[in-house]
Design a protein. Sequence first.
Length: 499
Amino acid sequence: MGIRTGKELLESLRDNRQLFIDGERVRDVTADPRFAEAARNLAALYDMQHDPAFAERMTFHSPTSGERVGLSFVEPRSVDELIRRRDMVKIWMDASCGMFGRSPDFMNIFVTAFASASEEFGHKDKRFAENLRAYHAYIRENDTCMTHTLVNPQVDRSRPVEQQDKDLAAKIVKETDAGIVIRGARMVSTLCAYAHDLVVLPSTYLATSKEAEPYAFGFSVKADAPGLRFICRPSVIHQNAASRMDYPLSSRFDETDAMVIFDDVLVPWERVFIHRDAELCNGLYNRTGIMPQIMHQFSTKNLAKSQFMMGLAFAIAKTTNIDQHLHVQGMLAELIQYTEFCRACLRASEADAAPGPSGVMTPAAMPLWTVRIMYPKMFVRMCEIIQTLGAGGLVAVPSFAELGGPVSNDVATYFQAANADAKTRVKLFRLAFDAAVSSFSGRQQLYERIIRATRCGSRVRYTASTTRTATPIGFSVCSTTSKRGRTDGRSPTLRCAHI
């Protein structure tokens, strides 16, 4: 099929998935007010691939079909291809102000990186490596949108999953000729309302014991597979807003997060990548070298988000002439620093890129780890700066609908600023409120923290050096060790913290 159009995406989402929110099942995410606008904005991203202005920058010719396919599926063999892929990601991220972090390119790069290292999955049974390669070809040729889930539900975080009294985590309950059967739950499935497939892979450390084997798996399954249910958190869309302009980010970019319930879900053998293999699960991200590929994508997202927040702050300061004050200039300088920090780390990762174990060009890890560790604090500070600059103007900014209401004359008169009329100022301050104050902003801040904490399956040497295998100093770790997880075969390794 090659690249999808937005219309094809929306039509494909009218399936039989079991998606629940606010105590009810959603039958059509493209029509429900809590999901429809994000679906349309996702469709717009797909349409960009067909725009002649972007086609060359966003697609490449499939090595098998020759059709144009999304560039986020490419296995980069040179630094130029790595940069070209980053440029594609940046186009999508700029279109969403960096606020739609789990757009399809994230999982496209995620699965592509695993597929490039598919040999790792075939040590005990070569068919699992073959399954992964075949799945990558399938998603590339069909422009499949994916969600994923890596983490067990938070039940008793003081014990390993196989020792918990309440056995709620997803696990293999039986094997059949057709595939494996999964029962239990996983979290957090972002973008599940709009994805065609769910990819399930390991994250937390597993004991190499018989008791832990049922929890050691990796696979993909259709989002509307029988027995699969998604229970979503409440939407951050303000459904009582008088105008869409009141919450311009919330209304468009709520990705949705959910708990995934597996009610005896059958996963066909051809979609299984890991089967009862805790050794393979532990240290998988480090051995396959995929983390730099993943971090390259969301560091690009962070750059786009930083540029947006910087531009927003500058616009606020200019509106009321507070940019004349030295302390305000200092805060604006901070935003420049955060933006250039992200840009510099991205460029450094590309400048020092080298072929990975599979020959795929891999960005240098340390600059990207640095972004990953620092960005949660940076983004919270960006929001704080915008709150400080907007001050009472953010608290008192009215609905955009007031410009057409009975007090429109008052609004036009009293909500002006030195360098903006009332309409411009209200639009700007409503945008700032949504970016830095609203529940949408709170979810963005929380999610940046979660990104920092996940993937504890990555096992790396804890060192002060800046080698490609090192974890940045200060990253929280656990003392569990594993021979297979060691980076040099001798040095002890440590496991990073997990949510």
